[in-house]
Ligand binder design. Structure first.
Ligand SMILES: [Zn+2]
Length: 253
């Protein structure tokens, strides 16, 4: 199993990050893909990837839509250059996108879109996959991303109403560890060859802090809804993730 999207770099894990990584390995997680959301986080993601081994701890970095609303254009320019200069240490760019759940003002959306387009452009020019946050803005996110030649992962995809549009593209659909009728519908509708599983740790867990070991719950949900053996789901989904991000599957030590 691979946790296709998490934030183990955040302060929530400062007290026990070594144990969290050890638990992930003991639970059969063969890699995790950690997304950095702002510049200080991105520095930490790169440092942790070195510490825990880039074969296991995969780095994607960006400025998230939450940070885009409060940052100036020079911060965007600096981050684009930072990503470019660290390309060899990354498996992708993210997370970027649009968030109309937490942000309601037109000027905030415009700011997010400006950053989003800049990172899509960079993803296209560096030929790195991009991880997209699309909260309550799934359609807009998909339509904007379609203007670029990028490999796109729609992380924590929650909007069953937008699933047909998403499936009309070749974008990957990432299923979180949350449980809801909408997520079950999305799993049912999406071919298993398009599914990734993620925790979005430390978030999106019913009852407390999420962590990569919990990604098993998303794999189990996919197996249940699709009536497919768990081992087959693991084989297919892990193949999807490794070929999308372009790394070789590792054997869990
Ligand atoms: Zn995230």
């Amino acid at each position: 199993m691979i946790d296709a999207h998490c934030h183990v770099d955040t302060a929530d894990f400062d007290p026990d990050r070594d144990e969290v990584i050890a638990r992930a390995k003991a639970s059969g997680i063969s890699a995790l893909i950690n997304a950095g959301n702002n510049h200080p986080d991105n520095e930490r993601v790169l440092a942790f990837s070195q510490k825990y081994g880039p074969g296991y701890y995969k780095a994607v970095i960006c400025l998230s839509p939450h940070h885009a609303v409060e940052l100036a254009d020079d911060a965007l320019e600096a981050e684009l250059r930072f990503i470019e200069s660290n390309k060899a240490k990354l498996v992708g760019i993210g997370e970027t996108g649009l968030d109309r759940h937490h942000y309601k003002k037109e000027e905030e959306w415009a700011k997010q879109e400006k950053f989003y387009r800049a990172f899509l452009q960079l993803s296209e020019s560096l030929d790195l996959p991009v991880v997209v946050h699309s909260r309550d803005a799934e359609e807009q996110c998909i339509r904007v991303a379609q203007e670029y030649k990028c490999r796109v992962m729609l992380h924590c995809f929650l909007n069953a109403k937008a699933i047909d549009l998403a499936l009309s593209t070749n974008f990957a659909i990432s299923v979180p560890t949350l449980k809801s009728k909408a997520i079950d519908k999305i799993i049912k509708r999406t071919p298993i060859e398009r599914i990734f599983c993620e925790t979005d740790s430390p978030w999106l867990w019913q009852g407390g802090r999420n962590e990569p070991a919990n990604v098993r719950a998303a794999y189990e949900r996919v197996a249940k809804i699709k009536s497919v053996e768990l081992e087959r789901v693991i084989g297919t989904v892990d193949g999807n993730v490794t070929s999308f991000f372009g790394f070789k599957p590792v054997t869990v030590p």
